[in-house]
Design a protein around this ligand. Structure first.
Ligand code: HPA
Length: 295
């Protein structure tokens, strides 16, 4: 069965009622195929694609089966929803996400987050590949995002809204859950690797940055730079989800000693750090499961 709107919409905002209907239609298709309430939503970015194998899949739904879901065009993004159990915990996982550089407006990129919320998820884990401007970071390091700077030139909350979609002016003083960051760092210590905490700066891409841009991004307080995550986090926080976002450092961008950045190398570096991200996400799932068992 094919559905409308799997390609980028030509408009940057959408009528609120239409967005609510799209979310409901997508959620309803997923409920038909998988009758559980997800405790956790997971968005797998570059390099964490194999993580979906950790899930005891109960339903695998290609994005093109889901009404109004965009189509995944980025390298290394499979384009399917994996619904099932992670360490016994019901989870819904996006194998592949959407980016503004693919031509999607941010309201469309974040539709899956609204769908996860509609299905009952209370926590979102997001991963991405990023370039480090913090000179203390190394390729293959992991960073828990504790704050962000949105330089994408767009915001998923722009446009008509209503009570179902959430607050018009949501607070953004603490979009990333402090306890989850602490937990991620604890897991990293136990597993004997470093998990930094820092600031993610989001740009639209798709080109990597110039030397002057990297210099600027470090000066304004960025630790890592990427082309995703922030739209999803803004919507998740507006919807009241707890958020843990993890960056893998795929390249270190020192403006005065900058080598060329290559997309294939970025994907390879992200894959090499996969075990660290896997350890954190599994540890968070265990922790959540224990929280639930304790009531
Ligand atoms: N800049 C932007 N996005 C990225 C980078 C970068 O250097 N590396 C991986 N994603």
């Amino acid at each position: 069965m094919s559905h409308p709107q799997s390609t980028p919409e030509s408009y940057s905002t959408v009528p609120a009622e239409k967005l609510v209907q799209q979310v409901e239609a997508a959620a309803s298709l997923i409920r038909q195929r998988w009758q559980h309430i997800p405790r956790m939503g997971i968005i797998l970015g570059t390099g964490l694609g194999n993580f979906a194998r950790e899930i005891d899949a109960e339903a695998v739904i290609p994005y093109h089966d889901i009404p109004h879901f965009p189509k995944s065009t980025a390298v290394g993004h499979a384009g399917q929803l994996v619904c099932g159990r992670l360490r016994g915990l019901p989870v819904i996982t996006m194998e592949g996400r959407f980016h503004t550089y693919e031509g999607y407006p941010t309201w469309q990129i974040t539709l899956p987050v609204r769908v996860m919320h509609a299905l009952g998820a209370g926590l979102l884990v997001v991963s991405n590949a990023a370039g480090a401007v913090n000179p203390h970071y190394c390729t293959g390091d992991v960073m828990a995002i504790e704050d962000h700077i949105n330089l994408m030139g767009s915001n998923p909350l722009i446009g008509p809204t209503n009570d179902t979609l959430g607050a018009r002016f949501p607070d953004m003083s603490l979009p990333y859950d402090f306890d989850l960051i602490e937990r991620a760092q604890l897991i990293a210590r136990q597993e004997d690797f470093v998990c930094h905490r820092g600031v993610y700066v989001a740009l639209s891409g798709p080109n990597y940055e110039t030397r002057a841009e990297y210099r600027f991004l470090h000066k304004i307080g960025g630790d890592v730079i990427g082309m995703s995550t922030v739209p999803e986090v803004i919507v998740a926080h507006q919807q009241g989800l707890r958020v843990l976002a993890l960056s893998t450092v795929t390249n270190v961008c020192l403006p005065d000693a900058l080598g060329e950045t290559d997309g294939d190398e970025v994907v390879a570096a992200a894959s090499s750090a996969e075990r660290k991200l896997r350890a954190i996400v599994l540890g968070i799932a265990d922790h959540l499961q224990q929280e639930i068992e304790r009531g």
